[in-house]
Design a binder for this molecule. Structure first.
Ligand code: NAD
Ligand code: KPL
Length: 305
C-alpha cells in the first residue's frame, strides 16, 4: 500500500489536489477543522470536483487533527496565515520521516511551518493552477496551470512525484524554488494591492503604468539586495505581460476583499516591506503602498495582517 496523502484544508486547492489523487486510486485522507465540519462532510458524502462543467464526487475519508493515524506525507492546503498553527496541531502525529508539501502563496509561512516541525522535510510549492469553491465541499477547476515544487535545503526530488504523474497534476521539480517564490511574490506585490486600491480588474492597471513601473523598480532593488537577482530580471516586462494576459481577471487579493475575506497581505507586500527593513533598504513607494492598503482594509473592517 502506498503512503497515504493527508490533505490539510478542504478549500479550493486542497480539494483540487485531494480529488485528483483519489481519482488516480491513491490513498487520501482529508483533515478538516473540527468534529462539526467532519459531520457536515459526512452528510455531503465526499468532495466534489467540477471540471469542464461536469461534477464528480469522491468519497475521500476524512478525519480531524485529533485522529491517531500517523502522518508521513502532509499536503498543507490552508491559507498562509493558518499554516503555522494548523501544522503545530498535527506535529505530534508526524512520523520521523514525514514530508510536508506547502502550497501557500507568498513567503514567510514556509519558514514558520518548518520551525514547528524541525524533524520533517518541508517542500515548498508555487502554483499557477486556479480553483474556487462554489459550495461547501465543492470546487470548480477554473484555470489549468502548473505547480513547481522544491526544497531550498535539499535538491533531490522526492519519490512521490510519481503520484503526481499518476494523478495528472502538472508539475516540475525546481532546484530554485526560492527564486520562483520571490518572483511570484514580486508579481503579486506589483499587481494585487493596486487592483484593490484602484478597484479594478488586472487590465485596469494599464491606466497606471507609471505607478506599476515605480513599484517594479523598488521590488527589483529588493530582490537584488536579498540575494535573488534572477527573480529581478525583466520584472517590469513580466508584470506588464501578466497584466495584459489576465486583463479580464480580478486578482486574488481583489476577490478576497470583495468577498470580505482576510487577505494574505502579511505574506506578500508585508513580507517584502519587512525584508527591506531588515536589509536597511529604503523603498518609499512600496512602504506607502502597504500603508494605503492597510488603511483601506481597516476602513472595510477587514484584518490588516
Ligand atoms: P481556501 O480558503 O479555499 O482553503 C483553505 C482551507 O483550509 C479552508 O477550507 C479552511 O477551513 C481550511 N483550514 C484552515 N485552517 C485549518 C485547520 N487548522 N485544519 C483544517 N483545515 C483548515 O484557500 P485556497 O484558495 O485553497 O488557498 C490555499 C493557499 O493556496 C493560499 O496560500 C493561496 O494563496 C494558494 N493558492 C490558491 C490558488 C487558488 O486558485 N485557490 C492558486 C494558487 C495558490
Ligand atoms: O497571481 C495572481 C493573483 O491574482 O494572485 C496574478 C494573476 C499574477 C496577479 O498578481
Amino acid at each position: 500500500m502506498s503512503t497515504p496523502w493527508h490533505v490539510l484544508g478542504a478549500g479550493s486547492l486542497g480539494t483540487l489536489w485531494a480529488t485528483r489523487l483519489a481519482r488516480a486510486g491513491l490513498p487520501v485522507r482529508l483533515i478538516v477543522r473540527d468534529a462539526e465540519r467532519l459531520r457536515s462532510y459526512q452528510v455531503a458524502g465526499g468532495l466534489t470536483l467540477v471540471e469542464h462543467g461536469a461534477a464528480t464526487t469522491y468519497a475521500v475519508p476524512a478525519q480531524t487533527a485529533d485522529d491517531p493515524e500517523p502522518i508521513r506525507r502532509l499536503l498543507v492546503a490552508c491559507k498562509a496565515y493558518d499554516a503555522e498553527s494548523a501544522v503545530a496541531r498535527l506535529a505530534p502525529r508526524l512520523s520521523a520521516d514525514a514530508e510536508l508539501i506547502l502550497l501557500q502563496n507568498g513567503l514567510g509561512s514556509q519558514d514558520a511551518v518548518a520551525a514547528q516541525v524541525p524533524q520533517a522535510r518541508c517542500i515548498s510549492a508555487s502554483s499557477t493552477e486556479g480553483a474556487f469553491r462554489d459550495g461547501d465541499w465543492r470546487v470548480v477547476f477554473a484555470g489549468h496551470g502548473f505547480t513547481w515544487l522544491g526544497d531550498a535545503s535539499h535538491p533531490v526530488a522526492p519519490i512521490w512525484l510519481d503520484d503526481l504523474d499518476a494523478a495528472k497534476i502538472p508539475h516540475e521539480w525546481s532546484t530554485d524554488i526560492l527564486t520562483r517564490l520571490w518572483r511570484k511574490l514580486a508579481l503579486n506585490c506589483a499587481i494585487n494591492p493596486l487592483t484593490v486600491l484602484h478597484d479594478c480588474r488586472n487590465g485596469g492597471l494599464e491606466q497606471h503604468q507609471c505607478e506599476v513601473a515605480t513599484l517594479c523598480a523598488e521590488l527589483a532593488e529588493l530582490l537584488e539586495r536579498c540575494g535573488q537577482p534572477a527573480a529581478a530580471v525583466n520584472l517590469q516586462q513580466e508584470v506588464e505581460r501578466v497584466i495584459h494576459a489576465t486583463a479580464a481577471n480580478y486578482s486574488s487579493m481583489y476577490q478576497d476583499v470583495a468577498n470580505q475575506r482576510r487577505t494574505e497581505i502579511s505574506y506578500l507586500l508585508g513580507h517584502a516591506c519587512k525584508v527591506a527593513t531588515r536589509h536597511q533598504l529604503n523603498l518609499p513607494h512600496l512602504n506607502q503602498l502597504q500603508q494605503r492598503l492597510v488603511g483601506h482594509l481597516r476602513s472595510l473592517g477587514l484584518p490588516s495582517d
